[in-house]
Design a protein around this ligand. Structure first.
Ligand code: CDP
Ligand code: CDP
Length: 672
């Protein structure tokens, strides 16, 4: 075995939890440009931080934009200036970031009298720019080489006029040349873009057009095939723009459902099969092979596959994901043929040959054979004949070492195959050479894969009013991929409904009969499970009125009310497990003591009475915190107490972040 290699430990049990998939690079960089051209502030969430996105962020900052990046929270706050570029001159280095290079060049053309010096890495200097520079030149924007002659590549100085007009672009070399112009169209009155010839990668052009519409400026194509914006103007800032997870990276977690233990539940947050990325086409192919995928409002849930079925598949339009299926094919119940992948023979490596070589190394028969592929560059498909027995024989004396050819997708797809418990005893059978090559798109891939093995963790947080339960739980849930359940809202919802029905707290039999008619349900919104009454989530503002604040603790003391909620609250654990969360954090007054006394992590939050009253006042809420606490701690049934054995955290002087870090450490220990 090579020294720089990683032995893959098979999954002996189910894969669970939120898949930690990075955001899409293409969407992050488009969103940065659109947000900078919008008329105000936009918060981008789920953003990717990689070399290419950092380059674009730095360039926007150098141009005078306020761009605040928070790498740990995966957010970027962009202050858009409606098409204005603060600096009329700047020096910008785009590294080897294709999107940044193309998008920025067109973006800068919007400056009325700009003079920008642009350069890139050696590799970028060789990459196509001519189509874009020629199109801009026709609009009066000059890209000049250091000697003053017209440039066709980096480096160049861009002399801009701010006008675009009717443009014609040759984007045959890269669809980014067209996308760059499409994004600036709405900012220039009467501008249009027509394609001169064909372009590659239509899905990326579709992504651009869809995103322009998401930012409030739809583009349309006229009868002559020219794109224009019928209502030009600045893009509209959206308070929050959610960046989809990278669809290619997500394909590995869809595939994990085929190889991990029964009852796997992997949650892909913000992933939608109807999303912006062409590689989402992998999901229906996987479903055809046996994947069990369930769409949730803002997530895709991957369950254990029914089977790994074979068949013929054309991966031409989403070829980055062909490797994900090709490795699984070794375990399928019939042969898998993958065609349309000729162009991947000129990518990071000759992917068809690399895949054939490594599958052959594992004892799997492929057609064409490795020798045939070596002899003929034009072969563009692979047929893979599954054979588990052959795999076992090859790995009988230890893990087979897989070459990755500096190709991140080879490393990740064989990492998924190696997660299969081939021998049924957890023995590893695949090791991946140079696992660090995943850093190109997914540096944390193998950690994210291992994280799916974590045990489901139950966390309870109890405490008095305004002790910080909700904010702490929300942030913890976000960071750890947990389902958050605020039981205070349950009591508030019932109190509100009972008050609406005219019940008073002393009318116990009326309360009991009303409760019998109430139908409780749950709806997952983001990381939270919300109680529904008659199928609807009650309006939150109505649950925090002074009337509800005054009555809730009295109703909460009634055994009928508590019994009505106890079973419901306990059922939330199964809900979280079935929905693929890594665990559950439930907060309230009696969660660690009565509702979930067996929880692995139980917390009691405290803060001084002064701090708590001040916190509520700062939120503008009239709330007799001390009075509610008194009622809650002196009632007979399930009073507010620090559950025996719970960890007490006094957060009077601690920040939310500090508290969440303390609890996260306990969660990590419990999840092992
Ligand atoms: O849910 P609970 O009533 O226990 O409290 P909360 O609504 O989470 O928190 C009440 C207020 O305290 C919020 O405005 C929090 O931002 C604030 N807080 C704080 O300042 N420091 C903490 N460590 C926790 C909460
Ligand atoms: O946010 P705050 O801490 O002020 O209150 P909440 O969590 O919304 O809870 C409102 C009320 O519901 C509490 O004062 C308790 O009377 C009741 N409650 C309870 O009895 N048991 C729970 N597990 C949660 C809330």
């Amino acid at each position: 075995m090579k020294s720089n290699s990683l032995v893959i430990q098979p999954f002996r049990s189910a894969a669970r939890g939120l898949a930690q998939v990075p955001g899409s690079k293409s969407i992050t960089n488009r969103a940065l440009i659109l947000a900078a051209l919008a008329d105000g502030e936009t918060l981008l969430t789920g953003a990717l931080f990689s070399r290419d996105t950092r380059i674009l962020i730095a360039a926007l900052q150098a141009l005078g934009f306020t761009v605040l990046a928070d790498e740990s929270a995966h957010t970027i706050k962009v202050h858009g200036l409606g098409g204005k570029i603060p600096q009329a001159s700047a020096k910008i280095h785009v590294g080897n970031a294709g999107t940044a290079a193309r998008f920025l060049t067109a973006f800068l053309a919007l400056a009325p009298q700009g003079r920008y010096e642009l350069d890139g890495d050696e590799a970028m200097r060789a990459r196509p720019m001519a189509g874009l520079l020629t199109a801009l030149r026709d609009a009066g924007c000059q890209a000049l080489k250091p000697d003053g002659s017209p440039a066709t590549h980096f480096p160049f100085t861009l002399h801009t006029t701010g006008k675009l007009g009717a443009l014609k672009v040759d984007a045959s070399a890269s669809s980014q040349l067209l996308s760059a112009l499409l994004m600036v169209l709405p900012l220039s009155n009467g501008a249009s873009v027509k394609l001169d010839g064909a372009t590659v990668s239509e899905p990326f052009v579709d992504m651009t057009v869809k995103m322009c519409a998401q930012f409030g400026r739809p583009l349309s194509k006229n009868a002559e095939g020219a794109w224009r914006c019928s209502q030009p103007g600045a893009y509209k800032a959206t308070s929050t723009y959610v960046i989809e997870p990278d669809a290619t990276a997500a394909s590995y977690f869809i595939a994990l459902g085929a190889v991990a233990g029964a009852d796997s539940r992997i949650r892909l947050r913000h992933y939608s099969a109807e999303g912006l990325q062409g590689d989402t086409a992998f999901a229906p192919v996987a479903a055809q092979c046996g994947a069990v995928l369930e769409s949730a409002p803002d997530a895709l849930l991957v369950k254990s596959w029914r089977k790994i079925g074979g068949g013929d598949f054309d991966f031409n339009a989403f070829s980055d994901t062909f490797l994900t299926l090709a490795t699984l094919a070794g375990l399928a119940d019939s042969p898998v043929k993958i065609c349309g992948i000729g162009h991947t023979r000129k990518q990071e490596t000759d992917r068809v040959l690399a895949m054939a070589t490594e599958l052959t190394r594992l004892g799997i028969r492929v057609e064409p054979t490795v020798a045939q592929l070596q002899a003929d560059d034009s072969l563009s498909s692979l047929k893979i004949y599954p054979d588990r027995e052959a795999l076992r024989q090859k790995a009988a004396h230890g893990p087979v070492s897989i070459h990755t050819y500096e190709d991140h997708r080879m490393a990740m797809s064989f990492g998924i195959l190696g997660s299969y418990d081939l021998f049924g005893d957890g023995r590893p059978w695949i090791s991946i050479e140079d696992p660090g090559c995943t850093s190109k798109t997914f540096p944390t891939f193998f950690t994210a894969l291992a994280a799916q093995k974590s045990k489901f963790v139950t966390i309870t947080i109890d405490g008095g009013a305004a002790s910080g339960k909700s904010s702490t739980s929300r942030l913890l849930a976000e960071r750890q991929g947990l389902l958050h359940v605020d039981t205070g809202l349950h009591y508030r919802s019932l109190t509100h409904a009972l008050l609406q029905a005219g019940a008073r707290v002393d009318q116990v039999s009326l309360v009991e009969s009303l409760l019998q008619k109430i139908s409780l349900g749950s709806q997952i919104i983001g990381q939270s499970s919300r109680l529904t009454l008659g199928g609807k989530i009650p309006d939150e503002a109505a649950l925090r009125t002074p009337e509800v604040n005054a009555a809730v603790s009295q109703f909460a003391a009634l055994p009928a009310v508590r019994n009505c909620l106890l079973h419901y609250q306990r059922s939330q654990v199964a809900l979280a497990q079935n929905a693929g969360f890594a665990g559950i954090v439930m907060e309230g007054r009696d969660i660690g003591s009565v509702v979930l006394p067996q929880a692995e992590v139980r917390i009691f939050l405290e803060a001084s009475p002064e701090a708590r009253t001040q916190r509520r006042a700062a939120e503008g809420q009239a709330d007799a915190v001390a009075q509610r606490d008194h009622l809650d701690s002196t009632r007979k049934m399930a009073p507010l107490i620090c559950p025996p054995g719970a960890t007490r955290i006094d957060n009077t002087t601690l920040s939310l972040n500090e508290v969440v870090q303390q609890i996260s450490a306990l969660v990590h220990t419990a999840a092992r």
